[in-house]
Design a protein around this ligand. Structure first.
Ligand SMILES: Nc1ncnc2c1ncn2[C@@H]1O[C@H](COP(=O)(O)OP(=O)(O)OP(=O)(O)O)[C@@H](O)[C@H]1O
Length: 302
């Protein structure tokens, strides 16, 4: 029987190109030396962290650490919130980005793992909103970002054709998707607003500010305001896109006249079928129907 106060660290040894697996034992030891009770499970395959978290919640655990990047946190969250958690209970999640970026953590620090370790040792927690996406085959949850359109298509092209090329694969995919640029129509109704069917370049639904490490997609996002920050990038030409996209690092892309920003507790999408979605850095193919905020559903150790 486990100690109910112990944190369950779920380690993705493959994160950060394998660096995470090598650094995890020392980081866990440091937590233990500081008096933090930690149990450890190492994943052996993509998706396994979701199963581990789901079973752990069913067994009574409520406190987790994602050891890896945003993808590892995403997998854990989807296990934690897959149904076994009694209503009203608020689980906790710490993050140890060992050898990888973590876009969610960047809202709170640019010190990455070092900050996260200190936060866990100090027992620091803060309530964080969760976003639930209902799609035609079920539901998923996220805490960072959900994008469709150009941004997701770059990620999908990279994963399908150039995953062995690392960062360069993203550059190549961006060039190819810019060359093939076309407007998208994603009928969307933000709560309280009329339906929007105008052509666009991409849509991003954000709980926290950063994506892809240092890109400030949603400068005004706040992880505990009960609102999604919706960044709607309207129709742009190739030159306009290439000029505007780099501004995302400073967050000034939102000043472009084609960009509109909204804050709302939820929205509906009415798409014809499955599309590529980038969610918390992971690529999936679904037909999303509704996104809505579940306010302060978890505590993050930040
Ligand atoms: N044992 C494993 N072996 C291989 N891949 C795994 C394993 N466990 C998890 N994964 C997969 O590794 C992928 C990358 O994980 P993660 O995003 O945490 O790391 P990263 O890509 O290095 O970090 P980031 O996305 O924050 O830059 C995820 O898609 C996850 O499903």
């Amino acid at each position: 029987m486990h100690d109910p106060a112990a944190l369950l660290a779920v380690v993705n040894p493959a994160a950060g190109g394998g660096v995470c697996g090598k650094r995890a034992p020392a980081a866990v030891e440091r937590l233990r030396q500081s008096g933090v009770k930690v149990d450890v499970v190492e994943t052996r395959a993509p998706g396994q962290a979701t199963d581990v978290a789901r079973e752990a919640v069913a067994a009574g655990r409520r406190h987790f650490i994602a050891v890896g990047g945003d993808g590892t946190s995403y997998e854990l969250i989807n296990g934690i919130f897959s149904g076994a958690l009694p209503a009203g209970e608020r689980p906790s999640l710490g993050m140890l980005p060992l050898g990888t970026g973590n876009s969610f953590l960047r809202d709170f620090t640019d010190q990455g793992a070092e900050y996260a370790i200190e936060a866990i040792i100090a027992g620091k927690t803060r309530p964080c909103d969760l976003i639930r996406c209902t799609h035609t085959r079920g539901a998923l949850h996220f805490i960072n970002i959900f994008s469709i359109g150009f941004v997701a298509d770059v990620g999908a092209t990279r994963n399908r054709s150039f995953s062995s090329l690392g960062e360069f694969g993203y550059t190549l995919s961006t060039v190819l998707r810019v060359a093939a640029l076309r407007p998208y129509t994603f009928p969307m109704q933000i709560d309280g607003q009329p339906e929007d069917r105008e052509p666009l370049t991409f849509l991003s639904f954000n709980n926290s500010r950063f994506t892809g490490g240092k890109m400030m997609m949603a400068p005004d996002a706040n992880t505990r305001d009960g609102l999604l920050d919706i960044i709607r990038v309207g129709r742009l030409g190739r030159v306009g896109l290439l000029r505007t996209f780099p501004k995302i690092f400073s967050g000034t892309h939102v000043q472009h006249p084609a960009v509109r920003c909204y804050q709302a507790p939820g929205l509906d999408l009415r798409l014809a079928g499955d599309i590529d979605v980038m969610v918390d850095g992971e690529m999936i193919k679904i037909n999303p129907r509704r996104l809505e905020v579940v306010p302060a559903a978890l505590d993050v150790r930040t």
